[in-house]
Design a protein around this ligand. Structure first.
Ligand SMILES: NC(=O)c1ccc[n+]([C@@H]2O[C@H](COP(=O)([O-])OP(=O)(O)OC[C@H]3O[C@@H](n4cnc5c(N)ncnc54)[C@H](OP(=O)(O)O)[C@@H]3O)[C@@H](O)[C@H]2O)c1
Length: 392
C-alpha cells in the first residue's frame, strides 16, 4: 500500500522540496494533503499538479480566494488555524511532513504525535518549546519522529552505528552563516540584505536570519537534546563552512561516525519518508574530489551569544525554551519588517530570559502562556525603542 503523506507548509522551501522528492519517488508515495498560510496561488498550482484530497489554508482570509482558484477540483478545502491540526490527525495520513515556520506548527505536531503518526519534522521550533511533551506523546502512541533538519538527520543516521548508551557525544556542524568571520563590531552594522545572503543554503527568511545570528544552531542544540534524549553537556557545535559533513556522533570507544552529502535538503527529506530503506533519489551525489578541503573550527561563543544561551536554556528546562524561541521569533519578525537592528534580536531575547521566571513540570497551556508573554514583551520593547528614536 502507498505511504500516504501530508505536507504542512507545502509552499515553503522545505515543502516545495518535499513535493519534488515525492513526485520523483513515484508509485508507493501519495500526497494526501497540503497546507499553507497565505500563498494560495502556489497552493492552487500544487493542488492541480499533485491532486491531494485535502488542501488547507490557515489564514481564514484566504479561504475564498483558494476556493475560487481550485473550486473545480475534487478535493476538500479546510480553512483557519485548526486546519493544520485536522490534516495532521487525518486517518488517511501515515506520514506528516512538518515544514511550517516557527511555533505555529506545534498544535498540529502534537496532534499527529498523539495519533501515532510518523512525523518527518523540519520545523524545529515545536521540539524546542515542547520537546519533553512531544517525545512523551510519541512514545505513548507508538508514533515515530524522523528528523528532516540535515544535522539531526545526520545524527539519526550515525546513531545507527551503536546503541544510545554507547554514544559519548554528538557534534552538530554549522556553516557559520554569512558572518562567520565577523567581529562583534562588524555585527553592529549588519543590514537586512546581508543577513538574508546565506553562503550555502537556500532557505526561508526566518531560518536564514536565524542562521546569521547562529540562533538556528542554538535551537538545534535544544532540538537534539529532545530528539536523541541526551544531556546538553554531550552536545557540541563545530563550524564547518563547506556544509558537507552534516553532523557526527562520537562513541565511547573513540570512533566517530559522520554522515556526508551535498548541501541539499532533498536527501534528509527523502530518508525521513523512505526509512528504514534507502532508495535512489534526486539529491545530487557527493564527489569528494570536487569539494576540496573540509575545514572545522570552534565557534566564537562571545560574538554568537545565542549558542551560550542555548546551553543555559536547555539546563533550565521548563518554560525557558518557550521564551527563548518566542522572543527570537518575534524579534526576527521585527528585524524582517525593518523596525529593529540585527544586534537587537539577541538583546531582546536576553532581556526576555532575564525577566522570565522559569517554571518546570508545566502543561502545554503554560508553555504557550510563556510563549505569548515573550512575544508581547518583544513587541512592547520594540515599540518603546521606536518611540524613543522618533523623538530624538
Ligand atoms: N529551508 C531549509 O533548508 C530548512 C532546513 C532545516 C530546517 N528547516 C526548518 O523548516 C521549517 C520551514 O522552513 P522553510 O525554510 O521551508 O520556511 P519558509 O520557506 O518560510 O516556508 C514556511 C511555510 O510555512 C507556512 N507558514 C508560515 N506561517 C504560517 C502560519 N502562521 N501557519 C501555518 N503555516 C505557516 C508558509 O506558508 P505561506 O507560503 O502561505 O506563507 C510556508 O508554507 C522551519 O522551522 C525551519 O527552521 C528549514
Amino acid at each position: 500500500m502507498a505511504k500516504r503523506i501530508a505536507i504542512l507548509g507545502s509552499t515553503g522551501s522545505i515543502g516545495k522540496n518535499a513535493l519534488r522528492v515525492i513526485e520523483a519517488l513515484g508509485a508507493g508515495y501519495e500526497v494526501v494533503a497540503i497546507s499553507a498560510h497565505t500563498s494560495v496561488e502556489l497552493l492552487a498550482e500544487q493542488a492541480r499538479r499533485h491532486r491531494p484530497k485535502y488542501v488547507g489554508v490557515t489564514s481564514a482570509d484566504y479561504v475564498e480566494a483558494l476556493a475560487e482558484l481550485i473550486g473545480d477540483l475534487d478535493l476538500e478545502i479546510l480553512g483557519g488555524s485548526r486546519s493544520m491540526v485536522q490534516i495532521a490527525e487525518l486517518d488517511e495520513v501515515d506520514i506528516v511532513v512538518t515544514a511550517v515556520v516557527g511555533a505555529a506548527g506545534l498544535p498540529a505536531i502534537l496532534g499527529a504525535a498523539c495519533k501515532g503518526k510518523r512525523l518527518a519534522i523540519a520545523n524545529k521550533e515545536p521540539l524546542v518549546i515542547a520537546g519533553e511533551l512531544l517525545v512523551r506523546e510519541i512514545k505513548r502512541s507508538g508514533g515515530m519522529v524522523l528528523p528532516v533538519d540535515s544535522e539531526h538527520s545526520a545524527i539519526f543516521q550515525a546513531m545507527q552505528a551503536g546503541s544510545p548508551e554507547e554514544v559519548n557525544k554528538i557534534v552538530l556542524t554549522a556553516s557559520g552563516g554569512p558572518f562567520r568571520q565577523a567581529t562583534a563590531e562588524d555585527i553592529r552594522n549588519v543590514t537586512l540584505e546581508q543577513a538574508l545572503a546565506h553562503p550555502v543554503w537556500e532557505m526561508g527568511p526566518k531560518i536564514t536570519v536565524d542562521s546569521a545570528t547562529m540562533m538556528n544552531k542554538a535551537l538545534e542544540i535544544i532540538e537534539a537534546r529532545w530528539l536523541f534524549d541526551i544531556p546538553v553537556e554531550k552536545i557540541e557545535v563545530l563550524i564547518h563552512p563547506e556544509s558537507i559533513v552534516h553532523s557526527l556522533v562520537e562513541f565511547i570507544d573513540g570512533s566517530v561516525v559522520a554522515q556526508l552529502g551535498t548541501p541539499d535538503m532533498c536527501l534528509p527529506i527523502q530518508y525521513a519518508l523512505t526509512y528504514p530503506h534507502r532508495v535512489a533519489g534526486i539529491a545530487k551525489h557527493l564527489r569528494l574530489e570536487e569539494t576540496g578541503a573540509l575545514t572545522f573550527e570552534k565557534p566564537d561563543m562571545e560574538t554568537f551569544g545565542a549558542l551560550s544561551l542555548a546551553y543555559e536554556v536547555a539546563r533550565a528546562g521548563g518554560t525557558a525554551a518557550a521564551v527563548f524561541n518566542a522572543a527570537n521569533e518575534a524579534a526576527v519578525q521585527q528585524f524582517l519588517a525593518g523596525t529593529i537592528k540585527f544586534v537587537n534580536i539577541l538583546e531582546l531575547v536576553e532581556h526576555c530570559l532575564d525577566r522570565h521566571e522559569v517554571r518546570t513540570g508545566v502543561s502545554l497551556e503554560e508553555l504557550l502562556e510563556a510563549d505569548a508573554w515573550a512575544r508581547a514583551e518583544v513587541s512592547e520593547l520594540a515599540r518603546g525603542a521606536r518611540r524613543a528614536a522618533s523623538k530624538s
